[in-house]
Design a binder for this molecule. Structure first.
Ligand code: GLU
Length: 480
């Protein structure tokens, strides 16, 4: 059995960033591929950023994307709880242990003092570590202050003049000089841990073997490496994923487009397409293939094929993939995607069998589920207007006569199958002395209000006789 254990450890912000989806996906795929365990851990120790309902939303969005976790909130597991705000005692105990072993210390600087330090540091461009003066406070005095409730933080003691190095699966050997690293706060004065402490403690206690996360966490990693060393724990393997970039190669930002997965979901992108798209932001299969299902990715994904250079988030490509997945989707699965769009348009009481007919006819003509309704509104409502250009082109003085003749034949038609409808149209055209096209275009306009759509005979068969007759009559009146 594989011992691979990986985690997606988002800080809940109220929405899932597409970069977060990629991190979650790569962790998920790596776990599936290696028969390992995929864990969801919620890193919510920054209380100033607390958002009501964020965790529930996160889980819903991951579920939508098809990324099922094996352990996590609501799911359980032997390493829980999986929400950091429910593990505060664990972090406090570990911070105290680091102080006891001499690798961390209590500091009592006030907000004003820290601000002044920050300014001096900014000027000098090197960590001044003035908070180190706390190391000179006698132990007795530290104890006295702590028991008197003087606000204190716990800081990590960063060694001087050391190269902190680690192996990264994506980037190879990575080195940082310890002289460039601040004595990181591990425990804040409100008793909450910072990301660094909670993250390392949990990764260890949860048995995480591979830390797969965004490149923005790379500068934090030397601090983590030191924490592992001080605790005497084995260091997991790291894989830092390349940055996501805007088309102009700046860091992916809200300003140049949507970054929330929920936003793409609302805009009608399918989970298959979005997952496929983010899978290729930093990973490639080694050949030209671009369309993958989640199942296929589970078989193919390796961290070795993750690149170092930034990946451009190209919405046009996402659109293309959405269409590709859409075209490949079985009609029955599109029904589920279409239902909400039908409901949102206020259309009620439509049978599944009717919707399936609509999907069958429109599938080649639309790119996303919502378009079934917007493009094919005429399947649900009689047209209220007729396309002006089509009118000019197809509605001639003699057209009304042609339509009336066809209408009479339609009334007499017993069976309403496409082939029967077609014979009637052809016979009616012939009796009017025109080609079938001369009748087909105005018929389509009368029935749908627009110039383009699926084959007329299929369309009429789906609409049904009664609807067709009513619409042709209305068109004759409306068009004069
Ligand atoms: N909580 C961090 C985040 O929001 C986790 C980073 C990590 O995976 O270590 O991305």
């Amino acid at each position: 059995m594989s011992t691979v254990r990986v985690r997606f450890a988002p800080s809940p912000t109220g929405y899932l960033h597409v970069g977060g989806l990629r991190t979650a996906l790569y962790n998920y795929l790596f776990a599936r591929r290696s028969g390992g365990t995929f864990i969801l851990r919620v890193e919510d120790t920054d209380r100033s950023r607390f958002v009501e309902g964020a965790v529930e939303n996160l889980i819903r969005t991951l579920e939508w994307a098809g990324l099922r976790f094996d352990e996590g909130p609501g799911k359980g597991g032997a390493s829980g709880p999986y929400i950091q705000s429910e593990r505060l005692e664990i972090y406090r105990a570990h911070a105290a242990a680091l102080v006891a072993s001499g690798n961390a210390y209590y500091a009592f600087d006030t907000a004003e003092e820290l601000e002044a330090m920050r300014k001096r540091q900014e000027k000098l461009q090197v960590p001044v570590r003035e908070y180190r003066r706390a190391l000179e406070i006698p132990e007795e005095e530290v104890k006295r202050r702590l028991s008197a409730g003087v606000p204190a933080v716990v800081r990590l003691k960063i060694p001087a003049g050391e190269t902190v190095a680690f192996e990264d699966i994506v980037r190879g050997r990575v080195e940082f000089s310890s002289d460039g690293i601040d004595d990181q706060v591990l425990l804040k004065s409100d008793g909450y841990p910072t990301y660094h402490l909670a993250n390392v403690v949990d990764d260890h206690l949860m048995g995480i073997t591979h830390v797969i996360r965004g490149e923005e966490w790379l500068p934090s990693t030397p601090k983590h490496v030191l924490l592992y060393r001080y605790f005497g724990w084995e260091i997991p393997l790291f894989a830092h994923l390349p940055l996501l970039l805007n088309p102009d190669r700046s860091k992916l930002s809200k300003r140049q487009g949507d970054v929330a997965v929920e936003e793409y979901r609302n805009r009608g992108f399918s989970p298959e397409a979005l997952v496929n798209f983010v899978a290729l932001l930093g990973w490639n299969p080694g050949d030209e293939r671009e369309i993958f299902t989640l199942e296929e990715l589970e078989k193919e994904f390796t961290l070795e094929r993750v690149g170092k250079s930034g990946a451009v988030f190209n919405v046009e490509k996402l659109n293309w993939m959405n269409t590709e997945h859409f075209r490949r989707a079985p009609v029955a699965s599109l029904l589920e995607l279409m239902r909400p769009a039908v409901a949102a348009a206020g259309i009620t009481g439509v049978e599944d069998s009717y919707l399936l007919d609509v999907i069958r006819l429109l599938k080649e003509r639309v790119e996303r589920p919502g378009d079934f309704v917007s493009t094919g509104m005429y399947f649900f409502r009689d047209p209220v207007a007729y396309d002006e250009q089509a009118k000019k082109k197809h509605w001639k003085p003699e057209t009304a006569d042609h339509l009336r003749r066809a209408l009479a034949r339609f009334r007499d038609l017993g069976s309403w199958l496409p082939a029967d409808i077609e014979s009637v149209v052809r016979a009616a055209a012939q009796s009017s002395g025109v080609g079938a096209g001369t009748l087909i275009h105005p018929l389509r306009l009368s029935l749908t209000g627009v110039a383009l759509g699926p084959g007329l005979f299929d369309l009429m068969a789906v609409l049904g006789k009664e609807t067709c007759l009513r619409r042709i009559e209305s068109a004759l009146t409306a068009l004069g």
